[in-house]
Ligand binder design. Sequence first.
Ligand code: XMP
Length: 514
Amino acid sequence: MIVILDFGSQYTQLIARRLRELEIYAEILPFNAPLDGILGKKPHGIILSGGPASVHKAGSPKISPELLEAGIPVLGICYGMQLLVHMHGGRVAPAKRREYGHAEVQVTTDDPLFDGIPKSWKVWMSHGDGAESLGNGFKVIAKTDGAPFAAIADAEHRWYGVQFHPEVAHTDKGARMRENFARKICLFKERWTMSGELDQSVRRLREQVGDGKVVCALSGGVDSSVAAALLFRAIGRNLHCVFVDHGLGREGDVERMAALAKSVQAQVPGAKFNLKLVDASKLFLRKLAGVSDPERKRKIIGKTFIEVFDKEAKAIRGVEFLAQGTLYPDVIESVSVHGPSAVIKSHHNVGGLPKRMKLRLVEPLRFLFKDEVRRLGREMGLPEPILGAHPFPGPGLAIRVLGAITQPRLDIARKADAIVQDEFRRAGWYDKVWQAFAVLLPVKSVGVMGDERTHQPVVALRVVESVDGMTADWTRLPYDLVHKISSRITSEVRGVNRVVFDVSSKPPSTIEWE
Ligand code: XMP
């Protein structure tokens, strides 16, 4: 594999994903991971990421010189390159001209890093510091107008540095460069494919779990579905899945769960897929009665979920493990020293479950990014409506029915939401947006129906585009689609006489209304 040492760049995860897209397996470790830990991974190559620090300042993050002596090729990107220069006696200082944005790079020396790349091409720069002189052994291999040392190499040691960012899409030949580094310089031959990953995950799970029993909560979302399918492949009937129906889900949830069960069952035809559906909708409704505060709603739902699930898990004799859909970004965030690439909101995960249940954790997805989880699901043939579904919050419609939750209000929100989903799929817009949904507002407005005046609640249509949910922009939908959705909601959902369209971005708004 290629190990990426993280110096806190916003692009660190992107470097890993972009390598994996080229079938080059990469993992991320914090820059100050112990030397044994790094070498223990037996990396073919090491990438030093960018980062916000300045190498010439005291206390800036460094690596141990022994790491460089291990005979492993190294590529430093931005801060990583400056660190290489600094460690070899070169000089790094605030650049005379800060470069941010496109730059034209000129290759000055033939080097395997640039195989198949023209002599001049466009790259993405984003740096305040720059190298002013190179240390022992390094030579310039490319330059730009603003950066005389845009790319450098110590070919003998196979140490490389680039001031620009080969991982971002704006760098034209970035893919070819990443591939050159891994394949031609690190001589990394293996191909990381989804079918290989599938076999390996199954093997890993078998090793970890042996013939122990695992309990897994299914939510209907991508992560828990793929985790369950993997576990079922690995351990068959020793997997016990529980679907707690909190009654706050979308229309068709139970049918989707049945389709999922069928396709998971198909993974290992001989073994029985244990799935228990628990209808706890009345309990949740009772606990939520009269509660309007969004955070209290979330807490009640989390706590009630744990109570119900815990009871079900205890009923499984001899269960030792709890499956959790932890993804690779969560793993990186939790070990990262500088953390901050993309902080995932903590309220999104149901906390407290493992501690209370005294079970050991199994995390079948802990090395995968979200898009890889989807691809793995496709590799196993899981239903596309589950794999391609928009994110849906754990507390479900409870945070889309603003104010107090009652069965009739939930029904209105569910019907309106079903119309939104249906129209988005029909119009071919479903896959073009991050999320599209209806929100039931705690506001009534006056309307007219036939000859009668009405005084009924308002539904808001919320549609956003986003890359990771951290920021979002409202989608400029065709008016015809907005019109279709609005007229279907007001005519088909009894008790709604007005639909409004949300034109706010995140920030300052959030995607959900509560
Ligand atoms: P916000 O509203 O914070 O949402 O902009 C960002 C993303 O997170 C989802 N979301 C949640 N997911 N539990 C979840 O599992 C929650 O309590 C929750 N709140 C928001 C939201 O749908 C969006 O994709």
